[in-house]
Design a protein around this ligand. Structure first.
Ligand SMILES: [Zn+2]
Length: 403
């Protein structure tokens, strides 16, 4: 696997790099941030998300606890009733922040939990006890699900579990097994998902709107459009490069140092995030957007607030600025509102930045407009007529000029 720092970055995938970083920082402090990357096959959504596994910082848990109990706030059936002294006696250990995947063939028992068969069939000490599934084991970490739209279409029971896990921050999970009492656990997990809305069964919001709304943010992966970047990608993937150059150039020590640099940044940003807040005027700004545009989802504006602070932190801004908030608008709304509402908001926010942004997007599509900005002004299509992909690219429109 290509190390995270060696992945090609370009306009079309920069948002996903940012969301991944924001979600790691947020997960690290115990506040999940659920993110969804949409895009055509081959745009590298899953590559970026999976590569992030190697830059995750460590967490400290009660020694040997497969539920990843935080020593300061134990939550699992074994440790939640223990005193601080008893926990101290057990000890603690550091483990990498969990990063687990849910496959489409997974069963409810694998995901939530099941009877521990090894213990049940132990000839000397048969005992009915619980084996936590993937979700409780990912507590304080990340779960990745590829092709979430297909999962929502074919596995309503897994979808229902995700709705509970993503319903609040932290969410919760119920583990039910015949013969054992029902266990209800708080679980703090960021869900990362990827999908291709142009393939069957279509965009997630059309399959299971409720699940789509649980994702704080959605970004659409664009294709690289620079010859240089495409050449680099081709070179990295050529047989010759992989078997000769890449092998020679591979330096585990360098990779480890780079991963560690990310880890240090994440820890620094997490500390900053814990003391950063949105100023009141920006909170009012978000609240006004909600009222004025008759948004349905409170989650959307909660995500806008959380995202704006996280974004300002990973960009090393001293304080949260209006640009940090407007940057979040397309990311939190494109899966929640229709095109008309999004364009109204775009116009509402920063008229100047917006028009320039849309203009620059249009320019890339059609060189003719480049020569004649008036042409665009007079011929701009309403956003509702744009395709989904174009609509998503209005994200650029809201990107502050500093980017
Ligand atoms: Zn525990």
């Amino acid at each position: 696997m290509i190390p995270f720092y060696k992945l090609e970055r370009y306009d079309g995938n920069e948002s996903l790099f940012e969301l991944v970083m924001m979600s790691i920082v947020s997960s690290y402090v115990g506040e999940p941030l659920h993110i969804h990357a949409e895009g055509l096959r081959g745009t590298g959504k899953t590559t970026i998300m999976r590569a992030a596994k190697s830059i995750l910082p460590n967490i400290t848990r009660i020694k040997g606890c497969i539920y990843n109990c935080d020593p300061a706030a134990p939550h699992c059936p074994h440790h939640r009733d223990l005193s601080a002294r008893q926990i101290q006696d057990i000890g603690t250990e550091e483990i990498p922040m969990p990063f687990l995947e849910i496959s489409h063939s997974a069963k409810v028992g694998t995901i939530a939990g099941s009877i521990d068969l090894a213990k049940l069939t132990d000839s000397t000490h048969p005992e009915a006890s619980l084996l936590p599934g993937i979700i409780p084991q990912a507590h304080r970490g990340i779960i990745f699900i590829d092709e979430i739209n297909r999962l929502a279409d074919t596995s309503p029971e897994l979808t229902d579990i995700l709705l509970d896990v993503m319903g609040n921050k932290p969410g919760h999970i119920q583990i039910e097994e015949a013969g054992l009492p029902v266990v209800d656990l708080p679980v703090s997990v960021s869900i990362w998902a990827a999908s291709n809305p142009d393939e069957e069964p279509g965009p997630l919001e059309e399959i299971r709107r409720q699940l789509s709304d649980r994702f704080d943010m959605l970004c659409y992966m664009g294709r690289p459009d620079s010859v240089d970047i495409l050449s680099d990608i081709l070179r990295d993937n050529s047989y010759y490069f992989k078997t000769h150059v890449h092998k020679d150039k591979c330096d585990a020590a360098v990779d480890a140092a780079q991963n560690d640099a990310y880890r240090q940044d994440i820890i620094k940003w997490a500390a900053h995030y814990q003391s950063a807040d949105l100023p009141d005027f920006l909170r009012n700004f978000i609240a006004r957007l909600y009222v004025r545009h008759n948004l349905e989802s409170i989650r959307a504006i909660e995500a806008m607030q959380q995202g704006a602070v996280l974004y300002s932190v990973i960009k090393n801004h001293d304080k949260v600025m209006i640009n940090d908030v407007t940057r979040m608008i397309p990311l939190v709304l494109k899966h929640r509102v229709d095109g008309d509402t999004l364009i109204k908001m775009v116009n509402d926010v920063d008229a100047r930045g917006t028009k320039e942004g849309i203009l620059s997007f249009k320019n890339r599509k059609n060189k003719k407009d480049d020569d004649d900005p008036e042409y665009f002004q007079n011929n701009a299509r309403p956003l509702k007529d744009m395709s989904r992909r174009e609509l998503v690219n209005t994200e650029k429109a809201l990107t502050p000029s500093e980017f």
